[in-house]
Design a protein around this ligand. Structure first.
Ligand SMILES: [Zn+2]
Length: 113
C-alpha cells in the first residue's frame, strides 16, 4: 500500500489550499512506501500539461481559462476542467513512459499546431 490517511499528500489536499504539481511531486517523492513497494513512482515534467488538448493535441496557452477553471480547445471544441486536462495529459505521459519512452514530453504528444 502506498499511502493511507494522514500521509503527506492527503494532508496537503485537506488544507483547502491549491495543490500545485510541484507540491504534489514533492509529497509523492517524500512518501518512501511507494518507492519501496512494487509500484513505481515516476516524476513527470508538468510543463504545458494544462495547455494541451487531450483530444486533438493542440497546445495553446490561451485555451486554458483560469477564471472559470476550464480548458476550451479552439481547434476541436473539446472542453473540460483545466486540472482534469492536466491529469489526462500526465496519464498519457505515463503511458508513453510505460511503452519505453524514458523522457516523455508534451512535444511528443502534440499533433496540431
Ligand atoms: Zn482539441
Amino acid at each position: 500500500m502506498c499511502a493511507g490517511p494522514g500521509a503527506p499528500e492527503y494532508a496537503l489536499l485537506g488544507t483547502g489550499n491549491q495543490l500545485t504539481f510541484h507540491a504534489l511531486g514533492r509529497a509523492i517523492i517524500q512518501e518512501p512506501t511507494c518507492a519501496e513497494g512494487k509500484s513505481e513512482v515516476i516524476k513527470i515534467d508538468p510543463y504545458k500539461t494544462s495547455q494541451r488538448c487531450p483530444k486533438c493535441g493542440t497546445v495553446r496557452k490561451e485555451n486554458r481559462h483560469h477564471d472559470i477553471h476550464e480548458y476550451i480547445c479552439d481547434n476541436c471544441g473539446y472542453r473540460s476542467n483545466d486540472d482534469r486536462i492536466g491529469a489526462m495529459n500526465i496519464q498519457m505521459l505515463g503511458m508513453l513512459w510505460l511503452s519505453g519512452d524514458e523522457k516523455p514530453s508534451i512535444k511528443k504528444l502534440t499533433t496540431a499546431e
